[in-house]
Design a protein around this ligand. Structure first.
Ligand SMILES: [Fe+2]
Ligand SMILES: [Fe+2]
Length: 258
């Protein structure tokens, strides 16, 4: 049945969830955000005339986003193995494709800005807190603890990316803004999956709240340190850094793990 003839809201809840987390749904309505645009943006958008300092700041920000998307790609791919059922595995396969595409378009953006060796720049510029976050995220995935790893990946990391991309898109040049707005649409879907899956589990097993809170206690400071380290290098005023932290805490707190 095509998306146009299928009344999603008439479906029983379990079937609805399986459908919106399927490749069938992804192919029909989601993947178009980035696929219709070569490397994530329309070709007719003009490159702004950056001065050296502006270009440097944008390159530094993009290098952090590339590391974030690299860990999301590794995390989502790793979660497939430990996901408890087929619909979750299939959703994570769609997410893994999304994260690979996000990384690809962001690395391409670095090339458009004249970065000759994006991988080296990413490694040189990434903040220590973000590197540490990657180690801890992948360690949670490696433990095989589905709830903790999904919380770290699809709630904490996704909420952090969502907050940063959303705020940056407001002031970004037109090309970067179009990339970020496309990526944000996918990140919304990823965080929605994490909240839904964990919310249903928490409603049956409230004792999960404590171990998930322990994950937050460990990872929240790394997210906030990463914001602080990166934004300081970007010359962002302290008031804006505090606002970004609040955006993140609001997004990550929607599950009520506090
Ligand atoms: Fe992503
Ligand atoms: Fe994501």
């Amino acid at each position: 049945m095509s998306e146009s003839t299928l009344d999603l809201h008439a479906l029983p809840p379990e079937i609805f969830l399986e459908h919106v987390h399927s490749f069938e749904f992804w192919l029909g309505s989601v993947q178009g955000y980035l696929a219709g645009r070569p490397y994530g943006h329309h070709e007719n958008l003009a490159e702004p005339a950056f001065d050296d300092a502006e270009r440097e700041r944008l390159v530094t920000a993009l290098c952090h986003y590339c590391l974030g998307e690299t860990m999301a790609l590794e995390g989502a791919g790793g979660l497939i193995r430990i996901a408890p059922n087929r619909p979750c595995k299939i959703f994570l396969a769609t997410q893994t494709v999304d994260e690979g595409r996000h990384l690809e378009v962001l690395v391409h953006r670095l090339s458009e800005l004249g970065v000759a060796d994006p991988q080296r720049e990413i490694e040189e510029r990434a903040s220590p807190a973000l590197r540490r976050f990657r180690e801890r995220l992948l360690a949670f995935v490696a433990t095989g603890d589905w709830e903790a790893a999904l919380f770290a990946q699809n709630v904490i990391l996704e909420a952090a990316e969502f907050a940063v991309f959303h705020r940056h898109a407001r002031s970004a040049d037109p090309i970067t803004r179009e990339l970020l707005l496309g990526i944000i649409k996918d990140e919304r879907r990823h965080i929605g999956f994490g909240e839904n899956e964990l919310g249903r589990r928490l409603s049956h097993r409230p004792e999960l709240r404590q171990p998930l809170f322990a994950v937050r206690r460990e990872l929240d400071p790394l997210v906030l340190d990463s914001f602080a380290q990166t934004l300081a290098r970007l010359g962002t005023p302290a008031s804006e850094r505090a606002e970004l932290g609040r955006d993140y805490l609001a997004a990550v707190g929607r599950l009520g793990i506090a």
